[in-house]
Structure formats: C-alpha cells, structure tokens
Design a protein around this ligand. Structure first.
Ligand SMILES: Cc1ncc(COP(=O)(O)O)c(C=O)c1O
Length: 355
C-alpha cells in the first residue's frame, strides 16, 4: 500500500493488461486494473483509496437498490502514438456530478480531491488507454446510497467509485433516429437535467421499441406537447439549417452536455451563426422537406459527434445529406480527434495533460 497525504494506493499484484486485445474491444465490457473508492459517512468524505478493480459487497437492504439514489458521469482519457495522454475537461464532469448530487439529495464531492484521485487512477492505468484513432479510456464515476435501511428517505451514507474501460468507436456508421411523440424522458420539475440512474431506466422501454422498429436512437420531445425536440438517448442534438447551427436551449429537462457546450463554443469561435432555443419538430421536418437541413448530429462523450443518417416522425422518414457533404460535422469530428490526440494547439485549455 502506497500512502500519499490524500489517497491510499494499493496497486494490483497481477495486472490483466497482458491479456487485453485492443482490437476487439466491445464498448463497456472490459475494465482496467484499478478503481477509486471513497465513502461518505458521519457527515463527511473519508480518505479515498485506489484498489484493484473488484466486485462490491452490499446489503440487500442497501437503499440504492430500492429507492434509486444513484448518479453517474462519463468522461474520457486519450493517448496518442507518442504516448502523450490526458483528460478532456474533467472539471466539468465533477461540477455536473455535484449539480446532480444536489438534485438527488446526495452530498457534493470534494472537487479538488476527486480530480487528484482521477489523475492518479488514469496515470496508474495509462497502459490501458488505447492509442488507435477512435480509441479512448472511458471513465465512469458513480455515486450511490449505501444505508442499510428500508424506508424512503435520503441515505446518510454513500459510496463514490471511479473505474475505467478501454473503448473504441461507439458508433461505426451514421445513426437512424426516431422522434418520440408518446413516451417522455423528463418533465419540468423532474430530474432530466441530473445524470440520475433512474432517467436511463425509464428510457429503456421506449428505446427498445424504437430498436425493434429499426432505429438506433430516439429523439425525445417535451413532456407537455411532444412537439419540441429535447435531446437523444445519451447525446444532445444539433441541426444545421441553411447556415445556422440550432440546438434546443438548456432547461431542467435536458442534460447540460459537455460536448454540447464545447461544440457551441467552437462554432461561435469559427464565426458560425448559433441559436440555442426551442426547436420544433415541425421546423426540422419542414427544413428536411425543403432541402435546407444540411446536417444533424448527436453530441456526447461516448460517440463525440454521431452524424444522423435519417429522422423518422410517425410514418415519414427524412433522409439527410450524404456524410461526405457534411462539412461542419466532419470539421468538428476532426478537430476533436486532433485536440484529444495533442496534435493541435489547445487554445481553449480543454485538455489536462497527465505526462
Ligand atoms: C441524457 C444525456 N444527454 C446528453 C449527454 C451528453 O453529455 P456529454 O457531452 O457531457 O457526454 C449524455 C451523456 O453524458 C446523456 O446521458
């Protein structure tokens, strides 16, 4: 056991890295050697430890299993062919997790300590970061309630974990999406803007129906009228109509995506017209019919930029321009890859280099 002032580190005796085949990774199925664990009890955060990745043991009465106090995050580390590696905007994920924590009645994390622990963890498992063009180390922080108590109340104790998974591209081709006009992901006053586990549980059934109809993802609409676009399953969504980039404005029903805000900042710095506002389904389908919908894509950590091949609304399917014609989303994808692989100047200070 290595003891630093702030973190206990117990490296594994037997790394699983030699068995890893970087070529045949299935997204989210392979986990690196170590994880960070930090408990909240007696009203305060305890000293975190980095331990070998292992199963958890918990009581059947653990409150998270029953009442769902669980929030999570997703971010990535990248490495280039020369071995340079680092994190993309990790501070934003910790901030967002703290916002989710407040909404779910959970304790906020000590930001600096979590960032330090995250850096240590990624340094320790740096050998697990793929160097391939679309490869990265997906990082999953998760915070959940641990009280052994059956009764609906906010837990007094919590566990925070960070573990990591080497991954390749999330989507290998443009996605077919369906506008969801019946089921609802989030309503005003609810938890849609928090990265709360239950939001995802509720989305599974409508997503399965869409999959059975041949679609990759849903485009959620507002709970009241089902006529305004909100976001996609695990991505925010953007449309290029003529030469204006349009995206639904943030609200308490939409997750404040870090990729979304990065894309908007970049687009503005490139001199594009950008609008964050309510986006009606009618407007999108009209633009598609008139040939003015030049590009549409989802943006999120897992896929970064996922071009949309077609949008279905009821029986109507609107096919978007060929990928080769989509200058903007291609430029964005290339910019993000080059930035994350340390090939271009990081003028916006988004990367935290770890070596
Ligand atoms: C519901 C939802 N919307 C949007 C996003 C995109 O957010 P980010 O770009 O921070 O990954 C995610 C993924 O985290 C998500 O789960």
């Amino acid at each position: 056991m290595i003891q630093t002032e702030t973190i206990n580190i117990q490296p594994t005796n037997e790394s699983r890295l030699p068995q890893l085949d970087f070529e045949s990774l299935v997204f989210g199925r392979t986990f690196s050697d170590h994880m960070l664990v930090m408990d909240f009890k007696d009203g305060k955060w305890q000293k975190p430890s980095i331990l070998p990745y292992q199963n958890l043991s918990m009581s059947p009465a653990s409150s998270v299993i029953h009442y769902g106090q669980s929030i999570f995050e997703g971010l990535k580390a990248f490495k280039n062919e020369n071995g340079d590696f680092g994190l993309f905007r990790p501070d934003r994920n910790i901030d967002r997790m703290n916002k989710s924590a407040v909404r779910m009645c959970m304790p906020e994390l000590p930001t600096e300590l979590v960032l330090e622990g995250l850096k240590e963890l990624v340094r320790l498992d740096q050998g697990w970061i793929p160097t391939s063009e679309m490869g990265s180390l997906y990082i999953r922080p998760v915070l959940f309630a641990t009280d052994e108590y059956i009764g609906v109340k906010a837990s007094d104790t919590y566990r925070f974990l960070i573990f990591t998974a080497p991954v390749n591209a999330y989507y290998t081709k443009p996605v077919k999406v369906k506008i969801e006009r019946n089921y609802t992901r989030a309503a005003h006053g609810g938890t849609g803007a928090a990265k709360a586990a239950g939001n995802y549980a509720g989305s599974l059934y409508p997503a399965r129906l869409a999959n059975q109809q041949g679609y990759d993802q849903l485009l959620w609409t507002d709970a009241q009228t089902h006529s305004y676009i909100e976001e996609s399953g695990t991505m925010n969504v953007m449309f290029l109509i003529d030469d204006t980039l349009i995206t639904p404005a943030l609200s308490d029903t939409i997750l404040d995506g870090i990729t979304r805000s990065s894309v908007l900042e970049l687009a503005r710095s490139w001199g594009m017209k950008v609008e964050e506002r309510k986006v009606s389904v009618q407007e999108i389908t009209d633009a598609a019919k008139e040939g003015r919908l030049k590009d549409a894509f989802g943006c999120g950590t897992a896929a970064t930029i996922a071009q949309i091949a077609s949008i279905a609304d009821g029986d109507q399917e609107y096919v978007l321009p060929e990928v080769e014609e989509r200058e903007f989303s291609k430029k964005l994808s290339n910019y993000f890859i080059d930035l994350k692989k340390f090939r271009i100047e990081d003028s916006l200070n988004w990367m935290i280099k770890l070596n």
